[in-house]
Write a protein that binds this ligand. Structure first.
Ligand code: 9Z3
Length: 311
């Protein structure tokens, strides 16, 4: 596998505008302008992994580990803090976890039981289910959540650019929370076979991937220059994590990097700014009680975003 790099214009030129793009664009535009009119802040939460197709008529693709726990959990918390007046665009990988329904996805079968002719919720799950449904209904009634899906890297980046440009209309009231696990490598359209790669040639498969241009740069400089931007840095080596986070802040000049390690990401992150490094930890005890680290991450960010807007 070898890799060379392209610039962002090449990338967008080499990748077709995704299906249903204009419909999604209009939904985001309408959502932002509605919340702008009532003075709400809007947060874009990106979530889940991107695929990198190996064929135009895609049978195979490269993927990554992310199932969107961070993004889907985080999208719920600004809504818990309704007094902070946030609406959420949830840009997520299709079939990854989603806010509210994530609580049911793996447990639904254990929550229900058959009683005579009907299906009911088991007694010990009633109150948690009721609370999730109430929160969800409140969010729906106030139209505070817009979910937009993507699958491939190209779809994600086209939608990221569009949403950032749309959000710039609300200037500093926009918060971009980029938790999606985005591929660093891709195969440009003109180098991709149209049909399924054949295995009958007896030769090992050789792939040549290009480096995806770093989109944080145009995002901060051109697409949403007034927004509060939070990126995530994922590493597996603790020794380079903070250095890489600081280097991203220096290169892209945005506000915050949340640094996390693959193995400990649910219990430990560091909120890094140019001036500060703030560890956020979730104890085993709190985790056993069902608490999540995203609540504290979002609390911290809401406070910093408030300060950013005021200054
Ligand atoms: C993250 O670091 C997220 O916290 C995770 C969440 C993807 C680890 P899960 O979905 O995991 O809850 O299982 N996201 C950003 C990862 C990323 O692609 N960052 C790039 C990098 O580190 C640049 S923005 O270079």
């Amino acid at each position: 596998m070898s890799a060379t790099s392209a610039n962002k214009d090449d990338f967008f030129a080499q990748t077709a505008v995704p299906e249903r793009f204009s419909e999604k664009y209009e939904l985001m535009k309408e959502f932002v302008s509605k919340h702008r009119a009532i003075g709400n802040r809007v947060v874009l939460v990106s979530s889940g992994g991107t695929t990198v197709p190996l064929e135009s008529r895609t049978v195979r693709f490269i993927d990554n580990f992310s199932i969107g726990t961070r993004g889907s959990a985080s999208a719920e918390y600004p809504l818990y803090f309704l007094q902070h007046g946030y609406a959420v665009i949830f840009l997520y990988r299709l079939r990854s976890l989603e806010p509210y329904s994530r609580h049911l996805q793996r447990r639904l079968m254990d929550m229900l039981e058959v009683k005579g002719d009907s299906v009911t919720v088991k007694h010990d799950h009633t109150s948690s289910l009721k609370s999730i449904l109430q929160q969800y209904e409140g969010v729906k009634a106030k139209d505070l959540l817009l979910s937009i899906d993507f699958t491939s890297l190209a779809e994600y980046l086209h939608l990221l650019r569009a949403s950032a440009q749309i959000l710039n209309a609300i200037h500093s009231k926009a918060l971009l929370y980029l938790a999606a696990a985005v591929s660093d490598f891709y195969i440009p359209k003109h180098e991709m076979p149209e049909h399924k790669i054949q295995s009958s040639t007896d030769k090992p498969l050789q792939l040549s991937l290009q480096l995806v241009p770093k989109m944080l740069k145009p995002l901060v400089k051109e697409w949403a220059p007034d927004a509060f931007v939070v990126s995530f840095k994922l590493e597996t080596d603790r020794n380079i994590l903070i250095k890489k986070a600081l280097s991203a802040l220096d290169k892209y000049q945005h506000q915050v990097v949340i640094a996390n390690l693959l193995d400990t990401r649910k219990y430990e992150v560091v909120l890094v700014t140019k001036e500060t490094e703030k560890p956020i930890l979730l104890s085993k005890e709190d985790s056993d009680k069902g608490l999540e680290i995203e609540e504290e991450i979002v609390k911290q960010l809401i406070a910093r975003h408030k300060h950013f807007i005021e200054s």
